[in-house]
Design a binder for this molecule. Structure first.
Ligand code: ATR
Length: 288
């Protein structure tokens, strides 16, 4: 990578940022497409977020990715946010557009794109989401947009899932039926046999030895299992594979949300195959 007088910086604002794969993925994409850009991680303490955000303009940076814990807080320091980022209430990509800071959220779109590329259509599907954090919200907003028929939400902390449902109820949809069940009913709620797509958005599975958030036994063989955890084959994905169910891990979501951010900064299509390859190399054999 050649750093010249003309090179612009794209940053990652998070706290912590030490374990991120984004610098590897984005710098590979920049090099592959000959962008005069470099991607650097910045560990930004929450109390420094405002100053850090203003520095995007002061330093003439092209933009930043935003990760935990800043995705919601940064919104107040931006000049504009996209409709989707507004609905989600969180930004993961900022673009410096001639001195104005524009915020976007590519997490949900990255998820949808990863299914689209597998030829999976969400229209009229019945979907179960486990979890009610930021990832669940970003994905749910897009599931409504894609016209799923039914969305069942289950989370360990019921009040958090209730809050997520209230948020989703305020979004005009083409008639998605929203349902909410207690965590203890996750393997036994009414109509579970009709579920087409199961999405794990919890962090269960990120660590070796984590149990599965769900017992797939009582679900239909034809359901599609999606786990957004990307660093290993989780127990949930293992169960799905053993039962011969269609399944997908979170690596493609990571790649496509990164690809969409790349496009926002450069105006070019991202070299997603190269990005996936380098990410896989860094994650190791277990995730291929
Ligand atoms: P993100 O923004 O990545 O979605 P998050 O906001 O920390 O991350 O949300 C993590 C999700 O994983 C939550 O739904 C959390 O459940 P709670 O709301 O009850 O905390 C879920 N989660 C984490 N550990 C879990 C566990 N051991 N069992 C079940 N759910 C778990």
């Amino acid at each position: 990578m050649k750093i010249k007088g003309t090179t612009k910086v794209v940053g990652l604002f998070g706290y912590p940022v030490a374990h991120t794969l984004s610098p590897i993925i984005q710098n590979t994409a920049f090099q592959e497409t000959d962008q005069d850009l470099i991607y650097l991680p910045f560990s930004v303490e929450p109390r420094q977020l405002e100053v850090a955000t203003r520095s995007i303009l002061a330093l003439g940076m092209r933009g930043v990715n935003v990760t935990i814990p800043h995705k919601e807080q940064i919104v107040r320091y931006l000049d504009q946010v996209s409709e989707q980022a507004g609905l989600v209430g969180a930004v993961n990509t900022v673009v410096n557009r001639e001195g104005k800071l524009a915020g976007y959220n590519t997490d949900g779109e990255g998820f949808i794109e990863s299914l689209r590329r597998k030829g999976y259509s969400l229209r009229d599907k019945e979907v179960l989401i486990i979890g009610a954090g930021g990832a669940a919200l970003a994905i749910s907003v897009f599931l409504l947009r894609e016209g799923v028929a039914r969305l069942v939400l289950i989370n360990r902390t019921y009040a958090r899932a209730r809050k997520l449902v209230s948020k989703l109820e305020s979004i005009p949809t083409s008639g998605t039926k929203l349902e909410l069940f207690k965590f203890k009913r996750r393997n036994s709620f009414p109509g579970k046999e009709r579920i087409d797509l199961i999405i794990n958005t919890t962090s269960l599975g990120m660590h070796k030895g984590d149990p599965s958030p769900l017992d797939l036994e009582s679900f239909s063989d034809s359901s599609y299992i999606y786990d957004i955890v990307y660093n290993r084959e989780t127990q949930l994905l293992h169960q799905a594979r053993v039962r011969g169910m269609q399944h997908q891990g979170g690596l493609d979501m990571l790649i496509y949300q990164g690809g969409l951010s790349f496009k926002l900064w450069t105006g070019k299509e991202a070299p997603v195959n190269k990005m996936r390859k380098i990410a896989q190399e860094h994650l190791g054999e277990a995730n291929l």
